[in-house]
Ligand binder design. Sequence first.
Ligand code: DAT
Ligand code: MG
Length: 148
Amino acid sequence: MEQSFIMIKPDGVQRGLVGEIISRFEKKGFYLKGMKLLTVEKSLAENHYADLSAKPFFPGLVEYIISGPVVAMVWEGKNVVVTGRKIIGATNPSDSAPGTIRGDLAIEVGRNVIHGSDSIESARKEIALWFPEGLTGWQSSLHPWIYE
Ligand code: DAT
Ligand code: MG
């Protein structure tokens, strides 16, 4: 089934939003397939955001991501990449709808509390980058209550 890489950024961890954020994905019906708390190496942050390396905000973005521990996760489910982005909300919290994570919990684009993969292809790359050790396999017994 489809998977997405979701990361609670250092501000989300410092602000005590880990449980709140995980809850939103859990309650939706997505399955947690990988999770770890880690302090990010600069090279990993630069690699993760390589597509943005020419942007003026890139150095600040990398400093932010390495400024404290993050929670790296893999969530699984039907359309989890696109639906995960909807749950997260628009990149700039000024534009994120109320009810979304960024719309409810963040104010500035440079402190927007969470990352989510933007396509199935980037999810595949990001999961390989952040979980080179692989994932623990398990199946939720709730499956028939969530999917018809
Ligand atoms: P998203 O995180 O919604 O996928 P993105 O991939 O375009 O957005 O950018 C990655 C992160 O970079 C984003 O979460 C916050 C930061 N960022 C993006 N645009 C920015 C801007 N104009 N100024 C400052 N930070 C920005
Ligand atoms: Mg992105």
